[in-house]
Design a binder for this molecule. Structure first.
Ligand SMILES: NC(=O)c1ccc[n+]([C@@H]2O[C@H](COP(=O)([O-])OP(=O)(O)OC[C@H]3O[C@@H](n4cnc5c(N)ncnc54)[C@H](O)[C@@H]3O)[C@@H](O)[C@H]2O)c1
Length: 270
């Protein structure tokens, strides 16, 4: 699929070198967007830039960014302005899973299924998930919204939450709370930014085939749990989430603000 739905729009995508963020980059590039990818690793950044240029002829830069740092997020804004002079669309997709907050937490979860329960969860793991998934999204929103206001841009912001914003997942209280926070942050910010005609919405994907779910998909028990929760009984493809992000980043969604859409294989139908 390709067209002009994002022609000459500048899109900043955090978590833009992997999974859902990278799928958004591809989908947006195919629709004519100029791209700023923000993520942790320079080598992955260079690789993503090269493939977007080769496949879509994209005008794209990578800015190494840790979204939990306000200074780094400000630097991302400055780099975006220096290269493209404005920001029209933001996708906040950087995030981590509950068990991956630290290597130790992942190893513990592999051995003891109750290691992630609230009564066992080390505070540092809880704080890390909240810091990346919630504070990181807030900082991205804060910096990019200010740039839009200063530039008089009536832009869009799309935050990647999760079905976990509404569905309690045993062993992942930190992740669920972070995503519920993203849903509420989106609502509050959408009202605060309404006078500036900046629209903020969020997406709550179901289980999607990305590196984040690689462990889950490789285990029988994980697969059964995920498919048991998903009426379509299949994983989502990253492009299916990117299509939703594209809709929320164009005027096709002009009457949406503060909403969450669930591309989730039929979850929440009953
Ligand atoms: N895959 C799923 O099933 C699923 C479901 C619901 C929601 N989500 C959410 O979608 C978003 C994208 O996840 P994904 O599945 O594409 O995972 P992914 O692991 O493929 O991509 C996440 C990206 O975020 C980056 N990142 C992590 N911490 C960062 C930081 N501090 N600063 C900057 N970048 C950072 C990682 O380097 C990685 O490139 C996440 O917010 C995730 O919680 C994923």
């Amino acid at each position: 699929m390709s067209g002009n739905r994002m022609l000459n729009k500048v899109a900043v995508i955090t978590g833009g070198t992997s999974g859902i963020g990278y799928a958004c980059a591809c989908r947006f590039a195919a629709e004519g967007a100029k791209l700023v990818l923000a993520d942790l690793f320079a080598d992955k950044g260079a690789e993503s830039v090269a493939s977007l240029q080769a496949e879509y002829g994209a005008d794209v830069i990578f800015v190494q960014t840790d979204v939990t740092s306000e200074a780094a997020t400000e630097a991302l804004g400055a780099a975006t302005l220096a290269k493209f002079g404005r920001v029209d669309a933001v996708i906040a997709a950087a995030g981590i899973a509950s068990g991956s907050a630290t290597d130790e937490a992942q190893a513990d979860a592999d051995v003891d299924p109750e290691a992630g329960h609230v009564i066992n969860k080390p505070l540092e793991n809880w704080l890390k998930v909240l810091e990346v998934n919630l504070t990181g999204v807030m900082l991205t929103n804060k910096v990019m919204a200010r740039l839009m206001i200063e530039g008089g841009v009536k832009g869009t912001i799309v935050n990647i939450a999760s079905v976990a914003a509404r569905r309690p997942l045993v062993g992942a209280a930190d992740y669920c709370v972070s995503k519920a926070g993203v849903e509420m942050l989106t609502k509050v910010l959408s009202l605060e930014l309404m006078p500036h005609e900046i629209r903020v919405n969020s997406i709550g994907p179901g289980f999607v085939e990305t590196p984040m779910t690689a462990n889950l998909r490789s285990e029988n028990e994980g697969n059964m749990m995920a498919m048991g929760m998903t009426p379509m009984a299949r994983y989502g493809k990253p492009v299916e989430i990117a299509n939703t992000a594209l809709f929320l980043s164009t005027d096709e969604s002009s009457y949406y603000a503060g909403q969450i859409l669930f591309p989730a294989g039929g979850m929440f139908t009953s």
